[in-house]
Design a protein around this ligand. Structure first.
Ligand SMILES: Cc1cc2nc3c(=O)[nH]c(=O)nc-3n(C[C@H](O)[C@H](O)[C@H](O)COP(=O)(O)OP(=O)(O)OC[C@H]3O[C@@H](n4cnc5c(N)ncnc54)[C@H](O)[C@@H]3O)c2cc1C
Length: 455
């Protein structure tokens, strides 16, 4: 690391605190480490603590955001959203592709166009292996891009992306969630800097959280499937929000609306997240060239198929997006960074909860990753009382998950947790549907005429 801070020790604090996110950087840096699914927490984590090499690259120990940003985007000045050249709302003009995708289908359009124009030799992106297992795959044919899945929300071992990067010659694009790219770049920068030049473009996903496999185990109880029998799983597709869809080897098909199914609200509430997500400050994927997320805006609720929020951090990212518009592959309008805040909320964009929760955990004396992003100090940290209450709830609910008491967790949500649950819906309805902020003059909506060509 080049930020002047030295790292000591190994991964024992990461293992004890359950803060691993499964990026696999430790496995690449230290041959003694193996990452596997912990049978109690149901997250991927190292079996053994390894040594200093593993700790140096681990994003659950520290991320040197300032150093990595100046290394990746030389000469650019990071603001509160990281390095930003421009922000856009975009949608693929291919209705089928857009419907199958998680938001606007932008990622598939970007990858297809880079491969077709011979600007890259291959794409490293997540694909389905079997059951709940997903791993990165090398895609070299533009027509193969559409076979990649939409967003996968459960925790994964992402080492395959790093192995492909190490072993594949040529010019590459890589798709990844923020913590995955943190691990990748820390490993490349400190242990394999020659790999930097292979990466022509990183396509990042905006990411609020991922989930431990307890989410799927709970849904299995609620919907009546055995997680060990899962053949395939999808979380999105078919519209802006989409459904959780599970098929089993015996031919069973199970689905749940992600917006209204009560079981889904229980199994995918934030207490089921991997623990590090609660201290993550990098929702906006500060280390990716082109970042894609959902445009959750009052001005985009009209969409039947989904609209992507796109952040361009480099000139190449802007050029690729402009090329897609010129070629008629996507429609796009430029907006301001305030749409990132409106779509994702200050709570996550500025780490209002994460910084406060990390402070609370530090005061309790546990292992806490050292994460100080360019967004620090731009939001209002949540009050100590609120994070302390969350922590008590989390400890209690993680114990219930470990004991597989998913039915009790459902009962709990319907009784003890009913008030915050209802409050969340009321807030969503007021902001997105009733446009309360626009009506009260707190913000200006993007006029509908600007979305001509969007569906
Ligand atoms: C764990 C997770 C959390 C997210 N949280 C948010 C959020 O809070 N707010 C928000 O606006 N957007 C979030 N997103 C991003 C959003 O769901 C869409 O992925 C994004 O808008 C891109 O949509 P698309 O239609 O362009 O891409 P798609 O056409 O749906 O393509 C998705 C691409 O991402 C890759 N991919 C899918 N899952 C993963 C994964 N787990 N790890 C690495 N690569 C993966 C696939 O290989 C594919 O290339 C999240 C995504 C993930 C995976």
């Amino acid at each position: 690391m080049n930020d002047g801070k030295s790292i000591t020790g190994d991964l024992s604090g990461v293992i004890a605190s359950g803060m691993c996110i499964g990026c696999g950087a430790c496995e690449m840096a230290d041959g003694s480490v193996r990452v596997s699914l912990d049978p109690t927490r149901l997250i991927f984590q190292p079996e053994t603590p390894g040594g200093l090499d593993a700790a140096t690259v681990c994003p659950a120990v520290r991320v040197d955001y300032a150093g990595l940003q100046s290394w990746l985007f030389p000469g650019a000045e990071p603001g509160s959203h990281g390095v930003v050249r421009s922000v856009h709302l975009s949608q693929s003009t291919d209705e089928g592709r857009n419907l199958r995708a998680s938001s606007g289908g932008l990622i598939k359009e970007v990858l297809r166009s880079m491969l077709s124009a011979d600007r890259i030799d291959g794409v490293i992106a997540l694909d389905h292996v079997e059951g709940l297992e997903f791993a990165s795959r090398l895609v070299t044919d533009p027509d193969d891009v559409d076979s990649l899945p939409g967003s996968i929300y459960h925790n994964l071992r992402q080492t395959s992306a790093l192995e492909l990067l190490r072993d594949t010659p040529g010019r590459l694009a890589i798709v990844g969630i923020p913590c995955q790219l943190e691990g990748m770049w820390q490993w490349v920068r400190t242990k394999a800097p020659h790999l930097r030049d292979k990466v022509v473009l990183t396509v990042g996903l905006l990411c609020g959280w991922q989930y431990s496999h307890h989410s799927i185990a709970a849904m299995g109880q609620y919907l009546g499937f055995d997680p060990a029998e899962i053949d395939d799983i999808a979380y999105r597709g078919g519209g802006p929000v989409g459904k959780l869809t599970v098929t089993t080897r015996g031919g069973g098909a199970f689905s749940a609306s992600r917006r209204v199914d009560f079981g889904y609200q229980v199994a995918f509430d934030r207490h089921f997240n991997t623990t590090r997500c609660h201290v993550c400050v990098n929702h906006s994927n500060f280390l990716a060239d082109l970042v894609v997320g959902d445009a959750w805006l009052p001005s985009t609720v009209f969409t039947r198929t989904g609209v992507s929020l796109v952040v361009c951090r480099t000139a190449l990212a802007e050029e690729v997006l402009a090329g897609l518009v010129t070629d008629g592959r996507c429609v796009s309008i430029e907006v301001g960074p305030e749409e990132i805040r409106e779509s994702q909320t200050d709570r996550v964009v500025f780490g209002e909860f994460a910084y406060a929760y990390a402070d609370h955990l530090r005061a309790l004396g546990g292992h806490v990753p050292d994460l100080h992003g360019p967004n620090e100090g731009h939001g209002t940290p949540k009050p100590r009382r609120q994070v302390a209450k969350f922590h008590r709830e989390l400890v209690r609910k993680q114990a219930l998950m470990a004991a597989r008491r998913y039915r009790y967790l459902k009962w709990r949500k319907a009784t003890l947790e009913l008030r915050p649950y209802v409050t969340r819906y009321v807030r969503w309805f007021a902001v997105r549907i009733l446009r309360i902020k626009s009506l009260s003059g707190q913000r200006r909506e993007i006029p509908r005429e600007r979305f001509s060509g969007f569906r």
